[in-house]
Design a protein around this ligand. Structure first.
Ligand SMILES: *[C@@H]1O[C@H](CO)[C@@H](O)[C@H](O)[C@H]1NC(C)=O
Ligand SMILES: *[C@@H]1O[C@H](CO)[C@@H](O)[C@H](O)[C@H]1NC(C)=O
Ligand SMILES: *[C@@H]1O[C@H](CO)[C@@H](O)[C@H](O)[C@H]1NC(C)=O
Length: 485
């Protein structure tokens, strides 16, 4: 080498540079390979990371649905974003939320209803106690053991574990239709904000699809049922009803969080006084949901013969027109509003009752957590499913002959919904979880696959519209203890 270098200094320099060029080349290609590996690893981890939006989850086998069609915003988040939302958001939160005990946080809730600032605790609506007692009765002797709980897993779309009164962990098994999982988990996180440190450790299996699955007839004291939370139950089922996602908003059909939606509906209902409200019964909804009642209802569409007007709600069309015609508050101009169950219970009940019209409720099969507060002829009018049109007609005739009484019953229905503001919804959730926790005969522990979910991680996954609803339903810490049951 040295002798060669005497020959030509430039050749020599080139020869001396060669090894470092070679090193550089190796360095770059290894860097490239490392980056490629990281990229593949990211993709790989992301493709195994399950989210509340439904990433990497199949629809529930007991209630299949088309995920692509159901999701207003398809599951096209970048792999890195999935990882960021799932693994970094809760550890390194970038959004600063007003602390739930910060008084300014209370102002965040622009649409707060008149607040009961009595620090002495009030009494819960009487149906809270009886409902919770009835729903948890199947485990009053056996307690909830890990073995009993394990039986619920095959009916569940997710497992929710709350620890230390402040943290929530999820195991996701199946996707839920639309944004149900996101809003349901958000609701639980708000409960943790509302009563910081007061929610006991619980281990809950939850199904977010419509119909109850735990048949009463299959179980006894000797063989207690698996405890499974969902949005509704029936007299023949032992599923545990829990407030549905729409209390925090339903982004796909433009429904606002409950307090705000109630306020606008009540305001809208006052636009027309009872005397000048349309003297017929009104229903607007989707009849194509495998509901025999809704199908039967179509044949009552005759204001002359049955005193009823039955309208088809076309959500696809409403959605493309920006929901200009579907405002719930503009649907309170009739003296009578019909409630017909859909595929199971329907979230529409609370909006119908909120109108203050006389609610004509067709023999309900399903119960959600608050329908146990309904008393026939006290706060609604019962309609028989077997001679549907005649029954609607006779209710309308009765109401038009007794306008004062009809209006009073309608107002009591509205009153029931007014009493059930979000503060009370959280109180129901609180008491249900407290009573459930008392039945757990084990200390909840995390499974190896459990993942923490927090406000930031949900907002990270939410689309623009969902984020608006989520943020407007942010709860603040309560000044008073929960109502007493
Ligand atoms: C507070 O409590 C008192 C007595 O318990 C009651 O008279 C009053 O109406 C309550 N105030 C509010 C705002 O609810
Ligand atoms: C439970 O009971 C229902 C109706 O009573 C029945 O259709 C179903 O097959 C039963 N399921 C099991 C697992 O026994
Ligand atoms: C019910 O009747 C009204 C008036 O005749 C009509 O506009 C409406 O489309 C009918 N509803 C359904 C579901 O067919």
């Amino acid at each position: 080498m040295r002798s060669v270098c005497f020959l030509s200094s430039s050749y020599c320099r080139a020869m001396m540079l060669l090894p470092s060029l070679f090193t550089l080349l190796i360095l770059f290609s290894s860097l490239f390979i490392i980056l490629l590996c990281i990229h593949m690893a990211v993709d790989d981890v992301a493709s195994r990371t399950k989210t509340v939006v439904g990433h990497n989850l199949d629809p529930t086998p007991w209630h299949p649905f088309n995920k692509e069609e159901a999701d207003a915003h398809p599951l096209l988040l970048h792999a890195s974003r999935i990882l960021q939302c799932s693994y970094l958001s809760c550890r390194f939160p970038t959004t600063a939320f007003p602390s739930s005990s910060d008084p300014a946080a209370a102002d965040h809730h622009h649409h707060k209803r008149k607040k009961n600032i009595n620090s002495s605790s009030s009494t819960c609506p009487s149906f809270f106690r009886s409902s919770i007692h009835r729903d948890l009765e199947p485990w009053s002797r056996s307690g909830i053991t890990p073995a009993i709980l394990a039986g619920a897993q095959r009916h569940a779309s997710m497992r929710i574990v709350i620890m230390g009164g402040r943290r929530l962990y999820l195991d996701l098994y199946y996707a839920c239709v639309q944004s149900r999982a996101m809003f349901t988990v958000w609701g639980l996180l708000q409960l943790l904000r509302r009563y910081p440190g007061k929610i006991p450790d619980v281990d809950i299996l939850f199904d977010c699809m419509d119909r109850p699955t735990i048949h009463r007839s299959n179980y006894s004291d000797v063989e207690p049922p698996p405890p499974l939370f969902r949005y509704c139950t029936t007299r023949d089922h032992l599923d545990i009803p829990f407030p549905d996602w729409s209390f925090w908003g339903w982004s796909e059909i433009n429904i606002k969080p409950w307090d705000e939606e109630f306020r606008t509906i009540k305001f809208g209902s006052q636009a027309v006084p009872w005397k000048t409200k349309d003297a017929t019964a009104y229903w607007k909804g989707n009849p194509d949901v495998q509901s025999p009642i809704r199908t039967a209802l179509l044949s009552c569409n005759d204001t002359e013969m049955w005193g009823a007007q039955i309208m088809r709600q076309d959500w696809k069309k409403e959605s493309s027109s920006g929901f200009k015609n579907s405002g719930l508050s503009s649907q309170c101009n009739h003296r009578y509003k019909i409630y017909a169950e859909g595929y199971a219970w329907s979230v529409s009940l609370k909006y119908i009752l909120a109108c203050g019209s006389l609610a004509l409720i067709i023999d309900p099969l399903y119960e959600d957590f608050f329908t146990r507060g309904l008393v026939p002829k006290q706060n609604y009018w019962p309609i028989s499913a077997s001679n549907l049109c005649e029954s609607v007609k006779s209710a309308v005739d009765w109401g038009n002959q007794h306008p004062t009484q009809a209006e009073r019953i309608g107002k009591r229905g509205q009153g029931l919904m007014e009493e059930l503001d979000m503060d009370r919804v959280y109180d129901y959730m609180y008491h249900l979880l407290v009573e459930y926790a008392k039945l757990q005969v084990f200390k909840p522990a995390l499974s190896p696959t459990a993942q923490e979910v927090c406000l930031e991680s949900i907002l990270c996954l939410a689309n623009e519209k969902q984020r608006q609803l989520l943020e407007s339903s942010l709860a603040s810490s309560s000044f008073s203890p929960p109502c007493t049951i």
